[in-house]
Design a protein around this ligand. Structure first.
Ligand code: PSU
Ligand code: MN
Length: 306
């Protein structure tokens, strides 16, 4: 459904819950919506989105899931709005360059890590939780996710479990270094590999507490850093995927190439195909790390207020 863009739509719309938390200066955690529309199948996507929000509330912070609804940039979704996105087809996947298109044309849009960082920063929310960031695609060193560039220019701390090994992780780390993005391991000194706790690739520092992470975020604020910070949290040990999804990843990547799938369609295609090929074995790890990252981000947002 298209609607004529009005002036009000360029402003942010806040849910009552988020509006109250902002007014009282209480801790808030931003959440993305592309994992709902393009990352996980229905109904796992809705169950996981709700579980992430509840984990944040139980930890004592307020969740703010971000999306574009009929052109309106929305910070904090109702249950009905979450359900609508979870079931909808053809929602625009909104990274930086897609945001003005969805807003200008009055469309529904789901924000990626990059899109969510932009809106969270505008809203004054410095902490954001997700599963995995985009990166450099395997065999396609010029397909660099806009997530990495956004991390280089928007001061939001992104709590994640690294990136999926559907990506080229060493090249992804190189781009983050060039972009000046610190990578802070919370309880790890290597980049987590999403389903697996470690990629074996070393990162900048290992800290043990949310308070230490908050101290680094505060220091970046004092330094007036313009860039983001990546907080790497491994999947909980009990849920770590034991077997390697490598064969499925190689097959899915080759199929995407053979089918001529390019640009922003690659990530959703490969994610979906790997899930099919591994028959959902990976799903337990995926939802566990998303909920754990949401809870961890809440602790960091709370520590930032102390
Ligand atoms: N990785 C996942 N699940 C996801 C994504 C990445 O394991 O849902 C989504 C995120 O929203 C991320 C986006 O920001 O894919 C990256 O897409 P691209 O490679 O087109 O930048
Ligand atoms: Mn990409």
């Amino acid at each position: 459904m298209h609607r004529k863009p009005g002036k009000a739509m360029t402003h942010l719309h806040f849910s009552p819950e988020v509006k109250a938390a902002l007014a009282d200066q209480r801790p808030i955690v931003a959440l993305e919506s592309t994992l709902i529309t393009h990352g996980l199948p229905y109904p796992t996507n809705l169950d996981t989105a709700v579980a992430m929000e509840n984990a944040i509330r139980e930890a004592g912070a307020t969740p703010a899931t971000i999306a574009i609804l009929k052109g309106q940039i929305t910070v904090g979704l109702t249950m009905d709005q979450l359900s609508m996105l979870a079931e909808a087809q053809n929602v625009r996947k909104c990274s930086r360059r897609d945001l003005p298109i969805a807003v200008g044309l009055g469309e529904d849009g789901a924000t990626t890590v990059a899109g969510t960082m932009i809106v969270a920063h505008k809203a004054g929310i410095p902490v954001f939780a997700t599963g995995g960031i985009g990166g450099v695609h395997r065999g396609q060193p010029f397909d660099v996710s806009a997530d990495l560039i956004e991390l280089g220019r928007t001061p939001v701390a992104v709590v994640c479990s690294g990136a999926k090994s559907i990506l080229d992780l060493p090249l992804t780390l190189e781009v983050l270094e060039t972009q000046g993005v610190p990578i802070i391991g919370l309880g790890t000194d290597t980049l987590p590999a999403f389903y697996q706790r470690s990629s074996g690739l070393p990162i900048d520092v290992c800290v043990e507490t949310p308070a230490q992470v908050a101290a680094i975020i505060k220091a970046a604020q004092v330094l007036e850093a313009k860039h983001g910070i990546l907080i790497a949290v491994p999947v909980p040990a009990a849920e770590e995927l034991q077997e390697d999804a490598e064969a499925a990843i190689q097959q899915a990547t080759k199929e995407a190439h053979d089918l001529g799938i390019v640009g922003k369609r690659i990530t959703p295609y490969v994610l979906g195909r790997v899930a099919e090929l591994t028959e959902g074995k990976s799903r337990g790890a995926n939802t566990a790390l998303l909920i754990n990252n949401a809870r961890t981000a809440a602790s960091i947002a709370i520590a930032l207020k102390n």
